[in-house]
Ligand binder design. Structure first.
Ligand code: GLU
Length: 302
């Protein structure tokens, strides 16, 4: 089955979380997305993933836009802010709730850690130990009571039920490599019962990104290798919510001279610092496009 959206303008997005300034790896990723959009005769959109009310900051949004403009990354249309689209995510969650595919989870981190320690076995996914399912099978009346009295909770996907419901749809996504497109079988079960709405927000990254990619007509997604496991979850959500599947291209992550992943807090590698050091953005852009990275930065091995 061909799952790509037909007859639409090829559309990519750069989707930073405003939890700090952009580093050179973000700049590289954004440039690649812009160039891929141009190559396809399409457009790049900018989406600010600011659902995390405690870590997202307005000043970082301004900073990110300034950093991208400095580097010469251009996007089309209005900037999309996830914090203004919460009703959309709520609606999608409601559809999953109505089908019994999600359940409220009242556990604290400490409770989950204690359960995992006590069980002696701790299957791991890409985000660490898998949630052991404590709240999946609690009695319906207790669940209703706790919801009614307003106990803090997130909403988790019941992975087994979801996979059962998605049966019949081949859970494939396509990796769009420069040397050809390859089918990849999604294995969302490795993530366990993923969180779809957080305790502090009516959505999680997974739900918001999946809903928005469809709503924004995103046909091609270019993002880092660290989000491969997320792609498996997004593919399942697309099947459950009846959304189209974009083509994906995951690029290697950049490592610093010590072999550590670049992070927003890593000193010296932010676009702002490079700018303040007098780096010429035209030269930097040419270097990044050619895969020449400063300061010992290099590609992680796939
Ligand atoms: N907001 C995510 C991040 O900054 C990127 C999400 C995505 O590209 O799907 O890591």
């Amino acid at each position: 089955m061909h799952l790509l959206i037909d007859n639409i303008l090829p559309t990519l997005r750069f989707a930073p979380s405003p939890t700090g300034r952009l580093h050179i790896g973000h700049g590289w990723s954004a440039l690649m997305a812009m160039d891929r959009a141009a190559q396809l005769g399409g457009v790049l959109r900018l989406r600010i993933e600011d659902i995390d009310g405690t870590r997202s900051r307005a000043e970082h949004v301004d900073g990110i836009i300034e950093d991208l403009r400095w580097l010469g990354v251009e996007w089309s249309g209005e900037v999309v802010f996830q914090s203004r689209r919460l009703a959309l995510y709520k609606e999608a969650l409601g559809r999953l709730q109505a089908r019994g595919l999600v359940y409220p989870c009242f556990c604290t981190r400490a409770e989950i850690a204690a359960e995992i320690a006590a069980s002696g076995s701790a299957p791991h996914g890409s985000d660490g130990a898998i949630y052991p399912g404590i709240c999946r099978d609690i009695r319906e009346d207790i669940r209703a009571l706790r919801l009614e009295r307003g106990d803090a909770h997130c909403w988790r996907l019941d992975m087994a039920r979801a996979l059962d419901e998605a049966k019949g749809v081949p859970l494939l996504w396509q990796e769009d490599r420069p040397d050809g497109v390859r089918d990849i079988e999604a294995r969302p079960e490795t993530a366990g019962d993923a969180v779809l709405a957080r305790k502090d927000a009516p959505t999680s990254y997974h739900l918001a990104a999946t809903v928005d990619d469809a709503a924004m007509g995103i046909s091609h997604i270019l993002r880092g290798d660290d989000l491969r496991a997320a792609t498996d979850i997004h593919r399942l959500l697309q099947a459950l919510l009846g959304l189209p599947t974009p083509l994906y291209r995951h690029h290697p992550l950049l490592l610093d001279a010590n072999g550590k992943r670049l992070a927003k807090r890593t000193q010296g590698l932010s676009l702002l610092e490079l700018r303040e050091k007098g780096v010429d953005p035209t030269q930097l852009r040419a270097d990044l496009r050619a895969g020449r990275f400063p300061l010992g930065i290099h590609l992680a091995k796939a």
